[in-house]
Unconditional design. Sequence first.
Length: 230
Amino acid sequence: MRTREIRVGETYMVCVPQRLPPRMRDRRPATREEFTAGLRLHLYRGNRFDLTVTAVDPVERTVDGYETATTSRVRLALTLEQAITLGLPDITGHYEIEGTLHDVEANAPVGLPTSCSYTFIPTRWLLPLGTPTVLSEWSIAFYRYYVRKDATGMTLPEVSAAAEESQEKERNLAGRALDNYRAEECLRSAEVEHAEWRRIEAVMRQSSVTSNSPADDPELSEADLEQPRP
């Protein structure tokens, strides 16, 4: 986005590149919060997250902001009475218990609200919320190619079964993609794969072949038979 379009207090989608710029990759964190932010950015490489902007630097073309998240990690400071009860050697010292908050009845960790602050996020990484994921032409060709590779030699019933399985995968991802960026990206590829399985199924029904062969597919060109190159 353009720097002048960004407003403090608004939430945007941050698209983190696979390779972080040296300014972010090589800086040494001065605080625990900076270390956490740097670690999360590395984990987000090639993915996206939501950022609420708290400051905009029009000269550097960067923003500061925070990400809302959940955590199961907790830290509990012990009182003097608890230190005595546990028989700790120095009851005048400061003790903390750190670990995971777990719901015993549900047998699952408890998610607590938290946030992570970021600084110097390039404004060019920001997009309005709701901007859809768009696969490149190469990615579409890649997913279609490997569906055709898997379908080679299959009978029509086998292709139909694979198409049904692909449709179920797409449906499952569609629900998760409502609030998960990684699932949304997987959904785009699942849609391409499902469409290709259905296309192969339709071609086989029309041609009445006993087994699938991409070389005999009338809808494919010679270029489609070769593995896509980025």
